[in-house]
Design a protein around this ligand. Structure first.
Ligand SMILES: Nc1ncnc2c1ncn2[C@@H]1O[C@H](COP(=O)(O)OP(=O)(O)OP(=O)(O)O)[C@@H](O)[C@H]1O
Ligand SMILES: [Mg+2]
Length: 146
């Protein structure tokens, strides 16, 4: 899991750099092995990271954190972007669930990424969630059972 997560982070560094955004990984090197659909979980983390880049402005930082909590691993992507208004957060993981928060660099936004993410994580027996505050940033996370 450790190497896999670090690789997904590395694949996004250049896109982030183009917007002067720094990505830091807080990934313990001793995470256990997990039986997952690697391509699909990569898609999950990649959507979280590309969203963080897409909806943040220049000179901000993104942290990708992995931690073991009880019998699961929790993977969080923490940004210093625009944040999402409370009343709009309910539609986040639904199809075409775009919010009033728009991309900062003219990137394309379909509103499908998070709906797919939710299905992939559920199929792995995990959960998705978000914590967000307007003007402060957002934390999107998912869990996977160990
Ligand atoms: N990190 C974030 N900060 C602020 N808003 C976000 C963030 N991630 C998602 N959103 C909001 O949630 C909406 C849904 O995200 P989702 O990933 O499903 O779609 P998208 O990124 O717009 O398009 P797609 O992923 O299909 O290319 C976004 O349009 C945006 O309004
Ligand atoms: Mg997306």
């Amino acid at each position: 899991l450790s190497g896999f997560l670090k690789e997904t982070i590395n694949n996004n560094i250049l896109t982030a750099q183009a917007k002067k955004i720094r990505i830091a990984g807080e990934i313990p090197s001793d995470l256990p092995e997990l039986e997952i659909d690697e391509r699909r979980i990569n898609q999950v983390l990649d959507n979280f990271i590309t969203n963080a880049i897409k909806f943040s402005s220049e000179d901000t930082k993104i942290i990708v954190k992995a931690e073991i909590i009880d019998d699961m691993v929790k993977i969080s992507v923490i940004d210093q972007g625009q944040g999402i208004p409370d009343e709009e957060q309910v539609k986040l993981f639904s199809e075409f669930g775009k919010t009033s928060v728009r991309p900062t660099g003219g990137e394309k936004s379909t509103g499908l990424g998070l709906a797919i993410v939710k299905k992939i994580v559920a199929a792995h027996g995990g959960e998705v969630g978000v914590k967000s505050k307007v003007g402060k940033g957002s934390t999107f996370y998912f869990t996977l059972p160990l």
